[in-house]
Design a protein around this ligand. Structure first.
Ligand code: FAD
Length: 539
């Protein structure tokens, strides 16, 4: 039975969810199935999350469309048609709106509402939640679906407020779009968003200056329209595709390669890398060899292949050298895929500035001044990413038992059990939290797994008349050690990446997601649930 009621001061729900992207939308659907009173709060004025906010030129997914989607609804799978291999942002946003309509979600989503406080009440054992405009609600279960990549990061550069042109962050792009025709544009950042935006902005702007701190390895996406017969095959084999994604390492329906890059001859390796380069997409890294991310020498074969491609594609050798990554293994920063990225630097209207050796000193009224020169600009684009995985969580102002702030509890890095829950914060569930595969996977697969696990847990609690759940300190300590141990067996910690918190000054250097793979992680979560939520304390 639902314990929802209303009073003049506070509205009470069984469950409150923050965020209406892939995660929050499905969570709402599952909570309703359980018969719970639930409300989703969303800062935006529509659903879509990432695909609502990231409207920059060139924004698209780089998981392939047929598996970058919900798998829980056969109806949605059969009714929706993807136009191409890597749809652009408007199409993905349309898809999520289609899902919201289909599941009739909007009546329980309160849009234009930002959550700024969430306190566990030690007396009522409920969560007291506050919105930006000072309204209060309460709930037994507090579920965050705030996204791993939703807290936009704008670097603290002196003088930004003095800039006379316009500036934008890729993750908060104006809905009406931006026309760069005839404009001198500067873009800071060459991560996944920058790599998508740079070719498109270069094609429109009068001049584009790319301010690069770290060169990136990127592989062609090779987007193409979705062939009708492929669409048909996909629709006929969704069950098998879903089974594969769920059992896989990265949440994609591909077999993990069996061969080491070091067992192949240089000629064999070249043939394999050529074939994946030509096919495009993540296959180059994920399907060629099994040891690229764990063995430096194996990794170097793929890194060197991409470096040679850069030398081939980019005509000016000085620019090619600046674009060549040498300081970290390939794949240890979020791997981008691109459409004509390296080719763009052959354009007359594109300049590359290496801000590692010639740092930005300030933003002036006229543009950007590095230690070497002032670049006059009409617009600046920050493709500087996000305070990943913890940024949006901390902004919720979460306080657990005894009033302890989540930020304080995690001062030296996130402490979670399974990346879903954290000791001292009863009935708080974190969808795709740190310590789960999350951003190392094709995310809808990981999102669905978390949502279903959380719904199963709540159902169990209700069936057993249990009021609260939180991880035991022991289970949490063991999990955190396991997450770190597995990460340290890979090359990931060798890069200054946002996976490591390295893009945020002062953020603890801890590898945030779980590297053990989607399939094994899923099995572990299921086993824990089957054993009556082993490692959790329930009262
Ligand atoms: P989000 O989509 O981030 O939604 C979170 C929502 O929570 C947002 O709408 C936000 O407004 C809301 N919110 C946050 N804080 C508050 C608050 N305090 N109060 C109220 N509302 C709040 N993943 C892949 O697997 N494959 C891809 O190809 C891929 N491409 C990507 C491309 C870009 C440009 C970006 C930024 C991310 C990409 N991702 C990709 C990751 C992507 O974030 C996930 O795939 C997925 O969309 C996450 O869904 P979510 O619902 O968990 O979070």
């Amino acid at each position: 039975m639902s314990d929802a009621k209303s009073s003049a001061a506070t509205k009470d729900f069984d469950a409150i969810v923050v965020g209406a992207g892939f995660s929050g939308m499905y969570m709402l659907h599952k909570l309703r199935e359980l018969g719970l009173s639930a409300r989703v709060f969303e800062a935006a004025d529509g659903v879509g999350g990432t695909w609502y906010w990231n409207r920059y030129p060139g924004a698209r997914c780089d998981s392939e469309s047929y598996y970058y989607a919900y798998s829980f609804s056969k109806e949605i799978q059969q009714e929706w048609n993807w136009s191409c291999r890597y749809p652009e942002q408007p199409e993905i946003l349309r898809y999520l709106n289609f899902c919201a309509d289909k599941l009739d979600l909007r009546r329980d989503i309160q849009f234009n509402t930002r959550i700024t406080g969430a306190r566990y009440n030690d007396t009522t054992h409920r969560w007291d939640i506050e919105t930006e405009d000072g309204k209060r609600v309460s709930a037994r279960y507090f579920i965050t679906a705030v996204g791993c990549l939703s807290a936009a990061q704008i670097p603290n550069i002196k003088g930004l407020e003095s800039f006379r042109g316009k500036w934008y962050h890729t993750g908060k792009w104006p809905h009406e779009g931006v026309d760069f025709t005839g404009k001198r544009v500067g873009i800071i950042g060459t991560g996944s968003s920058g790599i998508q935006a740079i070719p498109v902005i270069a094609a429109q702007a009068k001049h584009l200056t790319v301010f690069q701190r770290t060169p990136n390895y990127t592989v062609p996406a090779r987007d193409a329209p979705m062939p009708a017969d492929f669409q048909k095959t996909v629709k006929a084999t969704y069950d098998e595709i879903t089974r594969k994604t769920r059992a896989s390492v990265f949440g994609m329906p591909f077999d993990f390669p069996e061969q080491s890059a070091l067992e192949a001859t240089p000629e064999q390796r070249k043939a394999i890398y050529d074939s994946w380069w030509d096919k495009g997409g993540f296959g180059f890294l994920l399907s060629s060899y099994n040891d690229l991310i764990i063995n430096k020498e194996a990794n170097e074969t793929a890194a060197e292949y991409v470096r040679a491609k850069i030398r081939d594609i980019v005509k000016d050798p000085v620019t090619a050298e600046k674009l060549t990554p040498r300081t970290y293994p390939i794949g240890t920063k979020r791997p981008p895929i691109d459409t004509d990225y390296y080719e763009t630097f052959n354009r007359e209207n594109v300049t590359l500035v290496d801000i590692r050796s010639l740092p930005i000193e300030e933003i002036t009224p006229k543009g950007i001044r590095t230690s070497e020169a002032e670049y006059e600009l009409d617009a600046i684009v920050f493709a500087t990413g996000f305070d990943a995985m913890t940024g949006a969580l901390f902004k919720l102002g979460i306080h657990g038992k005894g009033g302890i702030a989540l930020e304080q509890q995690w001062a030296h890095g996130p402490q979670t059990y399974l990346g879903i829950a954290t000791t001292g914060f009863p009935n708080l569930f974190i969808i795709t939290g740190p310590g789960s595969p999350s951003v190392l996977s094709n995310m809808p697969v990981s999102i669905e797994q978390h949502v279903e696990w959380i719904a199963g847990c709540i159902q169990y609690m209700r069936a057993h008349n249990l009021d609260s759940i939180e991880p035991s300190e022991d289970a949490q300590r063991t999990w955190v050690a396991h997450v770190n141990e597995l990460a340290n067996e890979t090359l990931f910690p060798q890069a200054d990446s946002w996976y490591m918190g390295a893009n945020i000054p002062g953020k603890p250097r801890v590898f945030l997601p779980y590297t053990g793979g989607v399939g094994p992680y899923r099995d572990r979560c299921a086993e824990i649930a089957e054993k009556g939520y082993e490692g959790f304390v329930m009262t």
